[in-house]
Design a protein around this ligand. Structure first.
Ligand code: ATP
Ligand code: MG
Length: 571
């Protein structure tokens, strides 16, 4: 492609609202333009990258026997009514009415639509398993769209759905798709971890689900791992190493702590370690619009894992109690304790708490704490559950080894859904005895546009993007520097020869200075830069091929230039 004909434009400055490298670089390198919050138009070079990712995704799914379909982006509300998600989906799903007053939505995901396709086509166990997939636009009205393609509102996803007669078959296909995802990420050259994940509202929490996480400092997810264990922090099962609880204690004793409500301040005032205190959080678990209070008790230096309390309460979400709610519950902010509430409160102690040890807790009275509080003696009607957030240094429950924590970008998520959708939508197939059974489902999503951004997070330097060859807009970015007609013809002939050989090449034939051209080439970040420089050519009779990542340059002969490029780039 000749750059003079592409209308490509780059930008020197980072846009004010672009916080992370991939967002900045995709805009600056002219891969996309913003059209609105969480909305981006892909320009020619950006689209090339997306098409390459799609090709890899498609090839790997086809190889595994998945069937490509294309579902409508707008789906009828009736399907969502059937599954019960018309109400449950919340504000991320954009709903609308057509001119006849019928409900429609812009698909945020497609379990209902694909289940409808399935129930019309498949009647017998003999046609199972089957996996459908599509590469299509999704819309989610995200609470905080940000980071460009990383968390857009409109984005491209590959979503796949598998159907099975039984659990064993689901398990088998689930791991086939797991391997498809690994192959895709390996081909793209991503550095990633597969982690155990929380099923959220997609399935019940005992069904398997894994996330594919590209490792990057800008990642929104925290990953807990060691040799042999990896989980999203939301799901991680770990324990803390702790021995020195206060096991002697005594009788409860109220102590004055004027204006001292924070754990650190209490510890300083009384000269105790934070884990010898308990923090009590007053929260509201909200389900179906109904809010119920709960007291969560943690060791003083632990934090709450919000996913775990949400799952325990089976709530849609969990919020801190408001000032008014605290007042009606007779909880004094900063001094809440897990005992003696006038109204019976649902109380949950974190599993790391030694219930027979003695602690300092809030006294349920302004400016007072209680010493020698012993949960097993002084609290009533409580339950115990693992609710604390995993910390560096914890041991994984599965192998008792210390864990580390790192950041990741979730690019893929796979679930065993079970019969959630097939059951609610009344789907059956005939088993071998001619009896109707409800098929089981798996679903598998990979963010195509998010993946492009995630790859840039891992592959860039101060000059620009450093594309891995598999998804680079072009393999070679040629920079033509020369004024004479004779040299320009020679250079353009070389370009034609390379192109005819099937190597993807972009040539910068614009009428601008060399400095400008090199800067743009580095910003766009194609893996190989070919300098077609008149002066150098005059001195050496050679062109120069430079590796964008390593900076290593090789002189190549203009004879058989395409083969020369192949030889050098294969090394
Ligand atoms: P997240 O927790 O990041 O919101 P999710 O759990 O909502 O993701 P899924 O519903 O599992 O995501 O969707 C499958 C994949 O689609 C994700 O792994 C991600 O790669 C991509 N994806 C989801 N939401 C977005 C978005 N707003 N912008 C870009 N890609 C997205
Ligand atoms: Mg989401």
């Amino acid at each position: 492609m000749k750059l003079s004909q592409t209308r490509w434009q780059t930008y020197k400055d980072n846009p004010a609202d672009a916080e992370i490298p991939s967002h900045q670089l995709m805009l600056r390198a002219g891969l996309m333009h913003k059209s609105g919050a969480g909305l981006y138009n892909l320009l020619p070079f950006g689209l090339k990258v997306i098409k390459k990712i799609e090709k890899i995704v498609r090839e790997e799914h086809d190889k595994a026997g998945c069937l490509e379909i294309l579902m409508t982006v707008v789906t009828p509300g009736e399907l969502w009514q059937e599954s019960g998600r018309w109400q449950a989906m919340g504000g991320e799903m954009v709903k609308m009415k057509d001119k006849g007053g019928r409900d429609l939505c812009i698909s945020p995901t497609n379990e209902e639509a694909v289940t409808d396709i399935f129930r019309r086509l498949i009647k017998s166990y003999k046609d199972l398993p089957v996996t459908y997939y599509q590469i299509n636009t999704k819309f989610r009205d995200e609470i905080r769209p940000r980071f460009g393609l990383m968390r857009g509102r409109e984005f491209i996803m590959k979503d796949a759905y598998s159907f099975h007669e039984n659990k064993a078959c689901l398990e088998k296909v689930y791991f086939q798709l797991y391997n498809v995802y690994c192959s895709i990420l390996n081909r793209i050259g991503a550095d990633y971890k597969v982690v155990e994940a929380d099923a959220g509202a997609m399935a019940s929490s005992d069904q398997k689900t894994h996330e594919f996480q590209v490792l990057a400092n800008s990642g929104e997810d925290l990953l807990v791992y060691n040799d042999g264990y990896a989980a999203n922090i939301e799901k991680a099962k770990t324990k803390r190493i702790l021995a020195d609880f206060d096991l002697k204690g005594g009788t409860p004793e109220k102590i004055a702590t004027p204006n001292v409500g924070k754990i650190e301040e209490i510890c300083q005032l009384l000269g105790v370690k934070p884990h010898l205190t308990l923090k009590t959080l007053a929260l509201m678990g909200v389900k179906g619009g109904q809010a119920r209070p709960v007291l969560v008790v943690l060791l003083g230096d632990d934090e709450l894992n919000e996913t775990k309390i949400k799952n325990l309460l089976n709530a849609d979400h969990v919020l801190p109690a408001t000032e008014a709610e605290l007042e009606s519950l007779k909880c004094v902010k900063g001094f809440i304790g897990p005992f003696g509430h006038p109204q019976e409160m649902h109380t949950v102690f974190d599993a790391a708490i030694n219930l027979d040890a003695f602690y300092i807790v809030g006294a349920n009275q302004k400016d007072f704490h209680l010493k020698n509080f012993r949960p097993s003696r002084d609290s009533k009607n409580y339950e115990v559950s693992d609710l604390r957030k995993t910390k560096e240094g914890d041991l994984a429950l599965s192998n008792n080894l210390p864990i580390k924590i790192t950041r990741g970008i979730e690019v893929g998520h796979i679930f065993q859904l079970g019969d959630k959708y097939t059951k609610s939508m009344g789907v059956t197939v005939l088993d071998k005895n001619g009896k109707g059974v409800v098929p089981l489902m798996g679903c598998y999503g990979i963010g195509v546009t998010r993946l492009a951004a995630a790859v840039i997070e891992q592959n860039h330097d101060e000059k620009g993007i450093v594309w891995p060859e598999a998804i680079a807009p072009f393999k070679v970015h040629a920079v033509l520097i020369g004024r004479t007609e004779e040299f320009r013809t020679k250079a353009l002939n070389a370009y034609e020869e390379i192109r005819a050989h099937g190597i993807e090449i972009l040539i910068d034939d614009r009428d601008v200075g060399p400095g400008f051209k090199f800067k743009d080439a580095e910003l766009l970040g194609c893996p190989w830069q070919l300098t077609l420089g008149e002066r150098e050519f005059g001195e050496t009779g050679k062109f120069k091929l430079t590796n964008r990542k390593t900076g290593q340059a090789t002189e190549i002969s203009p004879e058989n230039v395409a083969q020369e490029i192949e030889r050098v780039t294969k090394q």
